[in-house]
Write a protein that binds this ligand. Sequence first.
Ligand code: CA
Length: 634
Amino acid sequence: MIHYSLEDIDSSYACDEELGVSLYSDRTVFRVWAPLAEAVEVNLYESGDEGCPLFVKPMTKVGRGVWQLELDGNADGIFYTYTYSYNGERTEGVDPYARAAGINGKRGCVLELSRLNPHGWEESDFVSLSRPTDAVIAETHVRDFSKHPSSGIDSADRGLFRAFTVTGSLTPGGLPSCLGHIRRMGYTHVHLLPIADYGRLDETCPEASYNWGYDPENYNLPEGSYSSDPYDPRTRILELKELVMSLHKSGIGVIMDVVYNHTFKLDGSALSKAFPGYYYRYKDGKPSNGSGCGNEIASERAMVRKYIVDSLCFWAREYKIDGFRFDLMAVLDIDTMNEVSRRLREINPGVLLYGEGWTGGAIALDGKSSASKANAGRLDGIAFFNDGYRDALKGETFVDAAVGYVSGNHILRDRIVDGLLGREKWADSPSRLVNYCEAHDNLTLWDKLAVSAVSYHERGRKKMARLAMALVLLAQGIPLLQLGQEFLRSKPLEDGGFEHNSYASPDSVNSLKWDMLDENSEDAQYIAGLIGYRKRHRLLRLGSSEEVQTHSYVADPSAEGTIMLRLFDDSEELLVLVNPISRAKFFMLPDGEWEVNITDCCVSESPLAVCCEGMFVPPISVMVLKRYRWKRSG
Ligand code: CA
């Protein structure tokens, strides 16, 4: 490690130069920031992984720590790396700003990205929402989405970006699968687990292993294993754009899961090679490990912040990505996240931003500066996963046997009321809350119920699963489901247990089993009904705490944990009745005539029944009733 003072680095060398490769018709310009390097050279190669350099050219220092090389001619298609000299030692590394690369991201590639737009790309635009709470997000992993034979996707496209462009694929039972299913469900956004280039998985034989992708290698180019030809740097770029375009065509936005909190390795990363020590936090001379993955990125430093902001703006502009989900966001600092939010909104005012408000260990950053849940109010337009509501719904995540509100722990009633109203101690608005009861981490909802609600038969657990999802979709905030939870996704192990952390488990555990949709199609249809209902009723998507306060009323608690919630505006009133107990429960209704819209098995805008005075709500279920309110004019 080289020795220097960080304050001096930022005050002497921080700059706003454009970094990376700029391509012109008659020249190619390489720029890299390495203020303390003794020399930097550009190595140009014909191949992405083989052979010696065609030639090596020294770069010149052009001020504020930036090294530059200008080549005559347009070098489109050439591979390149940089060799940095520190203390006389030479290290070759990939350009941290590389926007294309060969196999396994070992060498960058000079490419004119504007030439890599699919036909019709200009018409493809961001999905716009009036409020973040209008979103209904489906989280999925590119490979899981279509890998299983029951996906109905051609075997050549399974597991690839391309599967998202297939319309008309069917499950064995003849139901729409993959894209058709997402459209049918009514999701507004697809949130993809990391799609930027990651390490650990060998792109030359992706079948040999599996990974979720939380091992960042190159931040500014797509992962190769999702492309039909990982050797050709163009293919992954084009195919990812085709994915985005396909979803946009269906009116669905694309959210990228981004991992700026750590890199796969510290030693040997592109960032470490460019400037040893600068990009990471250290404590007592050792890398701090707030990510739980061996290192943590020092986002608060001027040029690290710039790097993160540049990277996100690049994805938003070049790939028209509609939103970003920040992995372990509390490792990052507040100022960086606010700068991210400001700059992304210049590109797309409706960008959706949310993250995990926690870390994976102790961070070497003042807690007051961390983009954590506790500091939520100081982050501009950024939402957080509502893990409190998640655990109240289905039971503590890290204790298998723990039961939640839907599975028998009725003393959690007030936590559920808070969740339904988008009230959390740390959140100033429902727009801050991403509500969910299942994500890629931990047991699926269905598996969690299997290990906690052990005294119930499948029928009872299905009711619980439906109720948990209904309470996510009827809650104020931004609902997120893991794709497949609507058809009771499971990750069974051979020993009879269930997988808690399938980040590197085989496809047999991770892939979406579309034949489960055939088996549980009624559950999926019910959830689709709830999504549609949410979209039609603004009262379920209020944008601020003040609005919630003005438009809601909760009846007094009952001994058995039931909930009666009234939501009203000038035109209508919704009555949400929740019965968590194992027998039907009678609710006295407010005066007037009520139309039943949602029962334990049906969702309908036209009345399923009309009732007044009282109503029996079936065991472990929610019911939503509606009546119109006519405002007298004059
Ligand atoms: Ca990779």
